[in-house]
Design a protein around this ligand. Structure first.
Ligand code: OOG
Length: 267
């Protein structure tokens, strides 16, 4: 993906849009898609909004600990009607431990996804390959992501969702930490259970053919934004299956072949 598109809005509009998204997030009140008011918004503009949001949260004391790739699997693209992957940032404030109870009332319409996460032991920058990502990976581990679009009805276009930090809300690392060459990440099967029933099944290859491809895509987007992926980053490769909507009282367990499982409940 290239970000060398025209900027269609000025800095003031970018700041206004970032504030709109941040307020929707803070008060769990949905807003209309940004493209309804800014129909010419480009992907480059959308990432400018995401960056402004990141800077605002950092000013308030949140620490960026990593990134996520999103819309990297066919089941997710089909579910959301968007066929281009994107990225979002993750802060320490979004992390929840495995086996915890996650509050639903401070989100709008949360959905849960099962993902493979990478923890890096080298800085990654520029355009990189899947093999370069794997060589810079300390370990991989399962993760759950709770996404929460700030847009009414969980409906958006690519520009709006990228500005909304790719729906990032909460994430839960868990399961086993495994050296990336200890297993073939394409064939890691995942079963996502919702209240004890199997809701979704998939395998790592759903994610751009190999989850490390999603990390390579992400590093390329960061490069377009003038950023690098620092050593020690926690990076999620994107949902393997479609996302599952949750409400108070629900439980989710994701079981990963050879990588362990993660359970959370919602309250
Ligand atoms: C966009 C974010 C998707 C993933 O892993 O595919 C995502 C959304 O569906 O709201 O996080």
């Amino acid at each position: 993906m290239s970000l060398d598109q025209p900027k269609t809005v000025d800095e003031e509009a970018i700041i206004r849009m970032a504030e709109r998204v941040e307020t929707a997030q803070r008060y769990a009140v949905p807003i209309r898609k940004l493209t309804e008011d800014y129909p010419d918004l480009t992907i480059a503009d959308a990432y400018r909004v995401q960056t402004a949001l990141r800077r605002n949260l950092e000013k308030k004391g949140e620490r960026v600990i990593g990134w996520k790739a999103g819309l990297t699997s066919k089941p997710k693209m089909a579910q959301m009607g968007v066929s281009t992957p994107g990225v979002g940032f993750l802060t320490d404030a979004m992390e929840r431990p495995a086996n915890s109870k996650i509050t639903v009332s401070d989100m709008i319409h949360p959905r849960v996804e099962a993902e493979i996460a990478f923890v890096t032991n080298k800085e990654l920058s520029g355009k990189v390959t899947r093999d370069e990502v794997l060589a810079a990976t300390d370990y991989v581990q399962p993760a759950l992501e709770v996404i929460d679009s700030r847009f009414t009805g969980f409906k958006f276009d690519l520009e709006s969702v990228l500005a909304d930090n790719s729906s990032s809300a909460r994430y839960v690392p868990g399961g086993r930490m495994i050296r990336p060459d200890a297993l073939d990440l394409r064939t890691v099967g995942v079963v996502l259970e919702h209240n004890g029933e199997i809701a979704e099944i998939g395998a790592g290859a759903e994610v751009l053919g190999h989850p490390a491809e999603a990390i390579a895509m992400l590093v390329g987007v960061l490069d377009d934004m003038g950023e690098v992926l620092p050593e020690g980053s926690f990076v999620m490769a994107g949902a393997i299956t479609a996302a599952v909507a949750v409400k108070p009282g629900d439980s989710i367990t994701a079981r990963f072949y050879e990588m362990g499982s993660i359970t959370v409940t919602f309250t």
